[in-house]
Design a protein around this ligand. Structure first.
Ligand SMILES: *Cc1c(COP(=O)(O)O)cnc(C)c1O
Length: 226
């Protein structure tokens, strides 16, 4: 934990450098600090260091931490069960893991009940690994078209993950493909969604992700030393 300040400084510098390599600046990239393995004290310390966005992958944990620190933005990044949706509606800044139609309906319904609008990203399984969640790339277009019916959901872009063990070239090609899909879908001009975010890149691969167009990165272990 003593290293949190140094880690933040190092990561911010690398974000800035990677952003420049992709023709952007530090301010174009949102860092989501993935706090799933750390306690509130660490979250508060990170907040004091200027971090404004935090990510959690369990509903119970995000609810507790959001209550503890409601003034920052909370991102839900994990697999979301339909029966847990109600717990988190109104408490998230962005849900990164919309991966199936049934879940979209449930988020829409729960949001309507609470008179909320919920911002989400579509999780896409570019790598095709069986154990990964996410829509198949070929299903994205129809999903976006149909999502116009769900008035309480705003689709803000896409999230993807590269395989943990992949080589740099493979990781890069997955991020490139996600970027390409975003461009194609943006050009189709679905009126009900503004596909501005690409959430890709974690501790091991965030610089590659930024080089390939990510504007949200999700970093846990290299920030909190876990
Ligand atoms: C845990 C997690 C992260 C952070 O991973 P690190 O390798 O610790 O940076 C990012 N995204 C998702 C979806 C995660 O579950």
């Amino acid at each position: 934990m003593d290293n949190l300040k140094q880690n933040t400084t190092r990561i911010n510098r690398r974000i800035a450098e990677a952003a420049l390599r992709s023709g952007r600046t530090f301010d174009d990239i949102m860092l989501v600090a993935v706090s799933k393995t750390v306690d509130m004290a660490a979250v508060e310390k990170a907040h004091q260091l200027g971090i404004e966005n935090f990510g959690e992958n369990r509903t119970r944990e995000i609810v507790l931490k959001q209550q503890g620190l409601p003034e920052v933005k909370w991102h839900f990044i994990g697999h979301l069960q339909t029966n847990k949706v109600k717990e988190i509606i109104g408490k998230t800044s962005l849900i990164h893991s919309l991966d199936r139609w049934r879940l979209a309906e449930e988020i829409n319904k729960a949001s309507r009940a609470l008179e909320e609008q919920t911002d989400v990203l579509l999780q896409v399984n570019i790598s095709g690994e069986e154990q990964k969640y996410g829509l198949e790339p070929g299903a994205v277009k129809d999903f976006l078209a149909d999502a116009g019916q769900l008035k309480r959901i705003r689709i803000k872009g896409f999230m993807t993950m590269a395989p943990l063990e992949a080589e740099t070239d493979e990781i890069r090609s997955i991020f490139k493909e996600m970027y390409r899909i975003r461009q194609t879908m943006s050009e189709l001009g679905f009126k009900h969604c503004d596909l501005k975010y690409l959430s890709m890149g974690m501790s091991q691969d965030y610089e590659i992700a930024i080089e390939e167009g990510a504007n949200i990165i999700r970093i846990g272990s290299s920030l909190f030393n876990t």
